[in-house]
Design a protein around this ligand. Structure first.
Ligand SMILES: [Zn+2]
Length: 206
């Protein structure tokens, strides 16, 4: 074995011994709503659960909206629940092009650089300054974060070993919470670019 191959092998072993496998959740375009916006779009309708998400308490709702930008619209964008205290639409860069929205990459919850977007259902329509491309992040339990010597807001690199398209993602934000379970969230563009499917695992390498 030559020196470079040996170095690579040692590096791989060290990562495997010190860094856990992280499941990947691929986020399709979706939205979060606050109560008053929900009431305009879905008057007198309770939020109906379609499917639980991996993070405890989070679920995909039956309710969907059409999102409308200056250049186009996308129907059937799903509401994730429970309702939050802000309304936010998370799309991919590909969606942004289709809609004609100059959305920038922001951490979920940070709407300081969010763009305007219109949400429409058969019952109502609102325009909010709440459209972002979500920054990739890893949810983890507070205890897991401590054991990995990571804290909220830390930025790490992540290695994904997929067939033909092995990829290292940088700029991955750590989001610990006492109720979270270990899972990296990326959008459909990022998943497609790296040939990632729902059973792909990754590892933190920094
Ligand atoms: Zn997430």
């Amino acid at each position: 074995m030559d020196k470079a191959s040996l170095k690579d092998l040692v590096r791989k072993i060290v990562i495997e011994m010190t860094s856990p496998e992280v499941p990947i959740g691929i986020s399709n375009r979706h939205l979060h709503l606050k109560q008053e916006d929900y009431d305009v779009l879905f008057p007198n309708q309770p939020v109906k659960k379609k499917k639980n998400l991996k993070q405890p308490g989070e679920f995909a709702a039956e309710q969907t909206v059409t999102i409308i930008g200056p250049k186009g619209e996308i129907p059937n964008v799903r509401l994730l629940a429970p309702l939050r205290n802000i309304s936010q639409v998370e799309i991919s860069k590909t969606d942004a092009r289709k809609l004609g929205v100059n959305a920038s990459v922001s951490l979920s919850g940070d709407l300081s650089k969010a763009e305007e977007i219109t949400l429409k259902t058969k019952d109502g329509s609102i325009t909010i300054k709440g459209c972002i491309i979500a920054k990739r992040h890893i949810h983890m339990n507070t205890k897991e974060a401590a054991s990995l010597d990571l804290k909220k807001g830390d930025i790490v690199k992540v290695e994904v070993d997929t067939p033909q398209r092995k990829t290292i993602f940088d700029d991955v934000v750590i989001r610990p919470h006492e109720n979270f379970v270990l899972e990296m969230h990326i959008d459909t563009d990022e998943a497609n670019a790296a040939n990632i499917s729902s059973d792909t695992r990754c590892r933190i390498i920094t």
